[in-house]
Each structure stands twice: as C-alpha cells, then as structure tokens.
Design a protein around this ligand. Structure first.
Ligand code: NAD
Ligand code: TYD
Length: 340
C-alpha cells in the first residue's frame, strides 16, 4: 500500500487523476493538496470525499511550513505535482503568480521530498516547454531531446520548474520523473480553456471567440489517457527520465470549434474572430515513441469518441460549469467545510 500526495487535485487533470487512481489502486491512499485558487473546484472531488482512502488538504504548495507538517504527518511514498497556474492568457496578463506557484511551489514540494527520506517525485509538465513548430513542417515533432524554447510566461515557468526537477536529481539524487503532455480535454475542464469554453458558450448561444484566424494547431489527448500515462511512469518509469505524452491527434482550433458547433446543432455564425494571443504558439505535436516503447502506453480514446463523451458530460453536468461561470463554485469550500 502506498500513500501518494497529489497536488492540484481540485483542478482539471489532477481531479481526473484522483478519480482514476482511486479506482485503479483501491489499496493506496491519496492525499490531495490544493490551494483552491480560481481554478480549483472542490465539487470535482465530491464523488471521492467520503472514500476512506482519500483526504483533502487545503494548502498552498509554496507554504513550506504547511507542506513539511503534512509530510511529517502522512509520510508519503510519492508526490505527483499537478498544481500550477495553467492558463497562458492569464500568464500574459500577470506572470508573477506563475513564477511563484510553478517554480517556487515545485521547489518547496521537492525540498519536502528530500527532507522526508528522498520521496519519489513526479512532475507533471507540458509540451509547451518545447516552444512551437511551424505550420508548414508536418514532419516535425517534439521528442524528449528537443531543446527547451519557451514562448509564454506560463511555458517559461513550467520549463524553469522542469530544469529545477532535473537539477534536484543530479545534485541531491532525488528520484524524479517528468511527463510532458500535449493539450488535454475531457470532464471537469475549467471553462476558460478552448474546448469547455466553446461548449459552454455554444450552449448559452454566446459568441465563440477564435484567436487570430483559428489556424493554430494543438495535439489533443483525452484526459484519462494522460492519467494512465502518469500512473505508468510513477510505477514503471525510469528514474531521471522525461516522457513525452501525446495522441498524434493534431487539429486546427477552427476545426475544433466547428465540430463542437455541429455536435450541438448550433450555427457557425456564433464564431467571432478576435485579436490574436500575444506570442501565440503555432503548432504543438508530440512524438510519444519513448513512452510507447518503454512502458507500452498508447492513447486509448480516439478524438471522435472523446469529444462526444466530453460534450455529453458538459450537457449532463451543467451545474458543475454553470456554478463556475456564475462564481458560485467558490463558495463550495464553505458549504463543504464551513460546519465541520
Ligand atoms: P488547472 O488550472 O485546471 O488546475 C490547477 C490546480 O492547481 C487547481 O485546482 C488550483 O487550485 C491548484 N493550484 C494552483 N496553485 C496552487 C498552489 N499554489 N498550491 C496548491 N494548489 C494550487 O490545471 P490543469 O489543466 O489540470 O493542469 C494540471 C497540470 O498539468 C499543470 O501542471 C499543467 O501545467 C499541466 N498540463 C496541463 C495540460 C492541459 O492541457 N490542461 C497539458 C499538459 C500539462
Ligand atoms: P488553450 O485551451 O488556452 O490551451 P493552450 O494555449 O495551452 O494550448 O488554447 C488552445 C488554443 O485555442 C490556443 O491556440 C488558443 C486558442 N483559443 C482561442 O482561439 N479562443 C479562446 O477563447 C481560447 C481560450 C483559446
């Protein structure tokens, strides 16, 4: 039996990971550490709140004292660090919090790992650390040896964290791994990101803001496939290694938007072209050969199935995202914990 600290578990991928992990490893104990920023939503974890093998801990990963006290109490066997400021547009408006959480928070979690017996540490990173690829070179992909070359304050802060993780392994012998995944989609995705924003706006008959001409390309992976990859890396990955995770599923933004419109029976007149993002990365594309050959991982959910499942989830869970849009979800912690 293992005790695992999962940071950022009230967010999109961390939340999906906790659901996946508790059912895949019912013998293990999962402790979620989350500050509950605007992106953290405790209702995402409502289905597991009563699971005796689950504990939620409202804590900032930069809070050294709080993190060390939790390690002292729980003696974790492993840490998976999902917690991050994750939205590129917000990083362009206000970089500082990205440096704080994504870099200092990573260092704090790793310092705790060092202090409590060299705890196994996995860093959830992103393909955005590789920068972007040109649109007219479909033969090019990111591999684990592609140089780090970032574009946004977000990707720079994630790259800074990755370098620090590798330095902690080399300098202190911390047993680390890093995964760099492409764009995820699926349930519990915060409706400021492309796919959930377009679904929510479509359902509310609101304009669909497409940046620039909508020709930028992203490589989309169903979130559960990412969760399975992290699980494999945690248990079978080689210490010190980076693993790229991606689905060979490249799509232009405009095609995603049109697909969502058609699935929901809406009209393309909802599309509104807006000013492009500053420094907008053109194309991301992952080569996942290493994780496939070493760990046998491959994406199980095809995009045409995953996007239908995702849209269905948003239709069936309107309350989850409507409370986010209205801001009501931020009172959830009070509702859950106010009287405890
Ligand atoms: P998210 O924004 O949905 O969730 C982030 C979570 O971290 C939230 O619950 C938030 O409350 C929490 N958090 C933020 N700052 C914190 C702090 N200081 N202390 C404790 N908790 C804090 O993000 P996501 O999309 O689920 O991404 C999770 C991780 O995966 C991130 O590290 C991100 O860089 C990486 N990633 C995301 C994608 C993607 O497509 N979303 C792709 C590749 C990698
Ligand atoms: P996003 O979901 O923010 O992920 P990332 O920037 O990390 O890839 O955006 C995905 C793509 O969609 C990106 O090229 C920017 C574009 N986009 C829009 O065109 N309109 C929007 O409203 C948003 C949020 C994103």
């Amino acid at each position: 039996m293992m005790t695992i600290i999962v940071t950022g578990g009230a967010g999109f991928i961390g939340g999906n990971f906790i659901h996946y992990y508790l059912s895949a490893h019912p013998e293990d104990r999962v402790i979620c550490v989350d500050k509950l920023t605007y992106a953290g939503n405790l209702s995402t974890l409502a289905p597991v709140m009563d699971n005796p093998n689950f504990r939620f801990c409202k804590l900032d990963i930069c809070d050294r004292e709080g993190v060390f006290a939790l390690f002292e109490e729980e003696k974790p066997d492993a840490v998976i660090n999902f917690a991050a400021e994750s939205h590129v547009d917000r990083s362009i408006e206000n970089p500082e919090i990205f440096l704080q959480t994504n870099i200092i928070g990573t260092a704090t979690m790793m310092d705790a790992c060092r202090a409590f017996g060299n705890v196994r540490y996995h860093q959830v990173s992103t393909d955005e650390v590789y920068g972007d690829l040109p649109l007219d070179r479909p033969d090019l992909f990111f591999t684990e040896t592609t140089p780090i070359h970032t574009s946004s304050p977000y990707s720079s802060s994630k790259a800074g964290a990755d370098l620090l993780v590798q330095a902690y392994q080399r300098t202190y012998g911390l047993p680390i791994t890093i995964s760099r995944c492409s764009n995820n989609y699926g349930p519990y995705h915060f409706p400021e990101k492309l796919i959930p924003l377009m679904i929510a706006n479509c359902l509310n008959n609101k304009p669909l803001p497409v940046y620039g001409e909508g020709l930028n390309v992203r490589d989309w992976l169903y979130v559960e496939d990412h969760c399975k990859a992290i699980d494999l890396i945690l248990h079978k990955g080689r210490i010190g290694e980076v693993y790229n995770v991606g689905g060979h599923n490249e799509m232009r933004n405009i095609d995603i938007v049109k697909l969502i419109i058609h699935e929901l029976g809406k009209d393309e007149s909802l599309i509104t072209y807006v000013t492009d993002r500053k420094g907008h990365d053109l194309r991301y594309a992952i080569d996942p050969t290493k994780i496939h050959e070493e760990l046998g991982w491959f994406p199980e959910t095809k995009f045409q199935d995953g996007i239908k499942k995702t849209i269905k989830w948003y239709l069936e869970n309107r309350q989850w995202w409507e409370e986010i849009i209205s801001g009501e979800y931020q009172n959830y912690y009070e509702k859950m914990y106010g009287n405890r």
